[in-house]
Write a protein that binds this ligand. Structure first.
Ligand code: PMP
Length: 434
């Protein structure tokens, strides 16, 4: 009888995978040549049950699950809210979970960021931020300022404005060039530790660009300190100061996309603590990875500028704006983070990743190894064989998702030292296979 149950379960899994293969799109995949996917049947702590085997999650479900999975406090936050009410429209109504989260976000982000728009995903928050910046310029009588300045190598999401500020040459959305709003691209900022010479020449080039295009530019938008899906580059924080000064001098707004870097990932609760932007986008780890939610915070001056535009309102209002369950779990996640000693945890993850990844520098095919906060990156000198690298990682008990020439990790902050060691072993195996 036990045998029959096992066989039935195996058949069920195969059927699930077969239907998935026939009918479901996954991120960045083709329907006719689907990339292999594995079946997840459980998640707890820092582990995922993948194809029937528990593996350490090196990805935090793309930067999001900072507290790991099935955290009792976060589970309870969702459960408690669903027992009150699940979703209600935000037009003409408000509720305690949204207000509490709004208050928390205003409190934990740098002073001055005090108007909050609760969007439903990271890309939408970038769309909203861009609309706000353009509307602000119209509101203060500069409607011709419609373009964004950004840096090469960036990535801001997959909808149209975010795609338009993703590097058009070789970036993820190159195929859309010509159809996207045309933006202004500055050079990739110099990497952290590159030296003052590099910084100065970058600064001068940026300044020339801003001065030349000033009358068209509404805002500068960047991922501060760490570029994510555009190449996992860690750059000099002084660049942010330069952007702030140029924005102030030339009447541009400064937008920081901290969807990936927010909530402690780089060792700062927000990189915006180093330099305060006018508009800040948050997402991913906002809910501890439990539900889809993002937030756009702005200075009051931005809100007032928008009020001066022709409509006077922010013309954006997604159906699931301020979803109460997402807001409740976001507040619980922020409180959990702040109650923990996350700075030392992130610092200790950094130390272990740096020490553990350094020897990989000697492996054939490895071009660079770098870490920042709780992020570790191995850059190869060739495109990763994603299937081979992923297979090797899973065989070593680790979940990774390499892309282009990068094998990288951003584990949950609660990862145990023993799990980190497994993770490092999995990365090593992935590098050798990829
Ligand atoms: N900006 C950055 C920096 C990101 O890493 C992402 C995540 N892919 C986004 C924007 C888009 O967020 P989402 O996937 O939630 O739309």
């Amino acid at each position: 009888k036990a045998q029959a149950v096992v066989e039935e379960a195996a058949r069920g899994r195969l059927e699930t995978l077969a239907f998935d293969r026939e009918h479901l799109w996954h991120p960045y995949t083709s329907m006719t040549e689907p990339a292999p996917v594995r079946l997840v049947t459980g998640a707890r702590g820092c582990e995922l049950e993948v194809d029937g085997r528990w593996v350490v999650d090196g990805m935090s479900s793309w930067w999001a699950a900072i507290h790991g999975y099935r955290h009792p406090v976060l589970d309870a936050a969702v459960r408690d809210q669903v027992e009150r009410f699940s979703h209600v429209m935000f037009g003409g109504l408000t509720h305690e979970p949204a207000v509490t989260l709004g208050r928390r976000l205003v409190d934990v982000t740098p002073t001055g960021l005090e108007r909050v728009f609760l969007a439903d995903s990271g890309s939408v928050s970038v769309e909203v931020a861009v609309k706000m910046a353009l509307q602000y310029q119209r509101g203060i009588g500069r409607p011709e300022r419609r373009k964004l300045l950004t840096v090469r190598g960036g990535y801001h999401g997959d909808t149209f404005h975010p795609m338009s500020v993703t590097d058009p040459d070789g970036g993820m959305h190159t195929m859309w060039s010509g159809l996207l709003p045309e933006q202004v691209f500055a050079q990739v900022p110099p990497r952290a530790g590159a030296g003052t010479g590099h910084l100065e020449s970058w600064m001068l080039a940026l300044e020339r660009q801003v001065v030349r295009r000033r009358d068209e530019l509404a805002a500068i938008i960047v991922e501060p300190l760490l570029q994510g899906a555009g190449g996992m580059r860690h750059y000099d924080s002084e660049c942010l100061r330069v952007m702030r000064d140029l924005a102030d001098e030339h009447g541009l707004l400064l937008i920081f996309d901290e969807i990936a870097t927010g909530f402690g990932r780089t060792g700062h609760l927000f990189v915006s603590e180093l330099v305060t932007p006018d508009i800040l986008c948050l997402g991913k780890a906002l809910t501890g990875g439990y539900l889809s939610l993002a937030a756009v915070l702005t200075k009051d001056a931005v809100a007032r500028g928008i009020s001066g535009s022709e409509s006077g309102v922010v013309m954006h209002g997604p159906t699931f704006m301020g979803n109460p369950m997402a807001c409740a779990v976001a507040t619980a996640s922020i409180d959990l983070l702040l109650a923990s000693d996350w700075p030392s945890r992130v610092a200790s993850i950094n130390e272990r990743l740096a020490t553990g990844l350094e020897p990989l520098q000697e492996l054939p095919g490895v071009k660079d190894v770098r870490t920042v906060g709780a992020v570790g990156v191995v850059q190869l000198d060739h495109p990763v064989d994603v299937v081979a690298a992923t297979d090797a990682a899973v065989a070593a008990g680790v979940w990774l998702r390499p892309f282009r020439d990068l094998i990288y990790t951003m584990p949950p902050y609660v990862i145990a030292d023993e799990e980190l060691d497994r993770l490092l072993h999995g990365i090593t195996e992935a590098v050798k296979a990829g």
